[in-house]
Design a protein around this ligand. Structure first.
Ligand SMILES: Cc1cc2nc3c(=O)[nH]c(=O)nc-3n(C[C@H](O)[C@H](O)[C@H](O)COP(=O)(O)O)c2cc1C
Length: 183
């Protein structure tokens, strides 16, 4: 297959974020022919619709152009108050506008959620999927990826040491890569 570039958007800005550790694992286990790279969202100013009619913050154009250049998008999100963190929703909104210039359109997508409880971010995962419908992003439906008790999966250096989860995530990447090839 032609080389594919997949962007990873992490819905946590926290230094020690488990979501970032999951992203690092995926980057280190990228299937052949696939480059995975983190796309930063922490410097995006809060979206304001007025920006669509005039000057917008300097961070917006490079972000939108980067998203447009991608062959696919992986969202890795924690759950905040049973939904997606505001920083992730802000990035989604920034990429979706101005109206008619949706940068996300048509990008094959993978959703991964996690939490430090048994809940595994199910609420965030499915709230995110609701936005992806309107953004016209085809989403890998199976396997679904909910990682519970994520704090137990890594060693002190941040490496994923739980073999079952590591094998599962490799299978997910394989399925997702095949999904991306269809678009
Ligand atoms: C504002 C806030 C709200 C949270 N709400 C939930 C929640 O609804 N469900 C849940 O399982 N964990 C919740 N948590 C705990 C997160 O699962 C935990 O902080 C996790 O480590 C965040 O992901 P990160 O490690 O990638 O930063 C919440 C944490 C914060 C800071």
């Amino acid at each position: 297959m032609a080389e594919k570039t997949i962007g990873i958007i992490v819905g946590s800005l926290r230094k020690g974020s488990f979501s970032k550790k999951i992203a690092n694992f995926l980057i280190g286990n990228a299937p052949e022919g696939c480059t995975l790279e983190r796309i930063e969202i922490g410097d995006l100013a809060l979206y304001n619709q007025d920006y669509d009619e005039g000057d917008s913050p300097a961070s917006y154009a490079p972000f939108r152009n980067k998203v447009k250049s991608l062959d696919g998008v992986i969202f890795i999100t924690p759950e905040y108050n049973r939904s997606v963190p505001g920083v992730l929703k802000n990035a989604i909104d920034v990429g979706s506008r101005p109206y008619g210039q949706n940068a996300w359109q048509g990008k094959p997508t993978l959703v991964i959620s996690s939490s430090i409880s048994n809940l595994s971010g199910f609420g965030a995962n499915h709230h995110l999927r609701q936005s992806l419908v309107f953004l016209d992003m085809p989403v890998l439906q199976q396997p679904e990826v909910y990682l519970a008790n994520v704090q137990n999966l890594f060693d002190d250096s941040g490496s994923l040491t739980n073999e079952d989860t590591a094998n599962f995530l490799r299978e997910v990447l394989d399925a997702y890569t095949k999904f991306v090839e269809r678009y």
